[in-house]
Design a protein around this ligand. Structure first.
Ligand code: B12
Length: 349
């Protein structure tokens, strides 16, 4: 983004955050007035407007803050698809984005308006996003993957467990089973939900089954004796995606790290306290939602402010948010980023 400097981007992102509440109110009122057909839906339509506007604004300011318009484009492609599969035509989204632009513009300078318009008013491409994948189609576990996904869709946790144990006995590699079976199947589950082919309940069932199978599978391996040092793995406040960091914690433990896995949505003060008490040399932070990247940045800043450089652990970040923004880890003060479990292994001593 050439039209605005880095510090101006931060200021604009902050301004959007500050204006959020008022802008949401203006957009909701205008949108509902201009679409009288939504009247019969009453409060439901209003609540949808509020939620959508909050999402659009949050993704907008995050993309602006990190100077990465592609993430907003990707978000719009995703939103377009979710709406289309629910019979909401693309022009409704476009009108909605125009309302956001109009509501923001009176508060913006000319260069800021240009940036906001360039994000909001470019027609979102309607083709579906590329499915996230890191497994090659020729992977030795391709067939297992196919059937594991079917077991998740069928809600059959016993079948899923059997398939995973079988895959493990073939490969003897926990990271292969984690990535090729669990991760890839969950990415597909996400795409199916996005396309409205499965319900939220089915997505939850698939997640719960995967967690059950992971726990079962982990009893089949013997972690190495702790020899690498201490580490903690955590998700930031507001982040609910737990399986990725769980895998990272398991993998580090397998490789001889003494690990404390905190789960996700952890208050930052508690993370800082644990670092103080446990004194890890490694901290892994996970974020799935791009809009959580600023929260990761704040946590890293707090860690660096709280501990002198010699006592500061090495900070690794990962998760889908960073897969979408692979260079951002440097700007937010992390030491390294790992794309998945295999690249994590490559980063470690
Ligand atoms: C399961 C799931 C949920 C569950 C999570 C439950 C749980 N206990 O974890 C629940 C229902 C809570 C959920 C909620 C939401 N979700 Co969700 N979810 C998913 C789903 C289907 C799977 C996530 C997953 O486990 N992936 C598998 C793991 C293994 O992959 P991973 O996290 O990328 O981890 C790997 C690497 O990234 C890396 N890694 C991860 N962390 C770390 C950390 C470190 C330090 C390192 C080094 C590496 C590393 O290693 C891992 C192994 O290789 C995804 C689909 C997807 N594409 O991921 C959607 C998805 C992420 N969710 C999505 C959405 C929209 C939401 C909600 C907003 C939905 C809603 N309307 O409420 C909320 C947001 C909640 C929040 N505030 O965080 C979207 C995000 C779209 C976007 N553009 O950002 C996705 C992509 C679905 C989709 N295709 O539309 N979700």
């Amino acid at each position: 983004m050439k039209d605005i400097q880095t510090h101006d981007r931060h200021r604009l992102a902050e301004k959007i955050r500050f204006l959020e509440r008022d802008v949401i109110e203006v957009i909701t009122t205008t949108f509902l007035q201009q679409h009288p057909e939504t009247k019969e839906l009453g409060e439901v339509a209003k609540n949808h407007c509020i939620t959508d506007a909050r999402y659009h604004l949050t993704f907008l300011r995050t993309a602006i803050e990190f100077g990465n318009k592609d993430t907003f484009r990707q978000y719009l492609r995703w939103t377009t698809k979710v709406l289309q599969t629910r019979n909401i035509p693309q022009h409704v989204l476009q009108r909605f984005l125009e309302h956001i632009s109009h509501a923001l513009e009176p508060h913006l300078t000319e260069p800021e308006k240009t940036v906001v318009r360039s994000h909001l008013l470019e027609t979102p491409e309607s083709e579906p996003p590329e499915p996230q994948t890191s497994a090659r189609s020729t992977t030795p576990l391709a067939l297992h993957q196919e059937v594991f996904l079917q077991a998740l869709l069928a809600g059959d946790r016993h079948a899923a467990r059997t398939i995973a144990l079988e895959a493990f006995s073939n490969t003897r590699s926990l990271s292969d089973v984690y990535v090729e079976l669990f991760q890839e199947s969950l990415y597909k589950i996400g795409s199916l939900w996005e396309a409205n082919h499965i319900s939220v309940a089915q997505e939850h069932v698939a997640t719960a089954i995967t967690q059950y199978v992971m726990a079962n599978l982990y009893t089949c391996v013997t972690p190495a004796q702790p020899s690498q040092g201490k580490g903690i793995v955590t998700g930031v406040e507001g982040e609910l995606h737990q399986i990725g960091p769980h895998m990272v914690a398991d993998m580090l433990e397998m490789q001889g790290w003494d690990i404390r896995f905190l789960g996700v949505n952890v208050p930052h003060q508690s993370i800082l306290q644990l670092i103080k008490d446990f004194r890890p040399t490694l901290v892994g932070i996970s974020a799935t939602m791009v809009l959580k990247v600023p929260t990761v940045r704040d946590l890293i800043k707090d860690i660096r402010n709280h501990f002198p450089p010699a006592a500061t652990p090495r900070i690794l970040v990962g998760g889908s948010a960073f897969r979408a923004l692979p260079d951002v880890y440097r700007n937010i003060g992390a030491d390294a980023f790992a794309y998945d479990l295999r690249s994590l292994t490559a980063l470690l001593p």
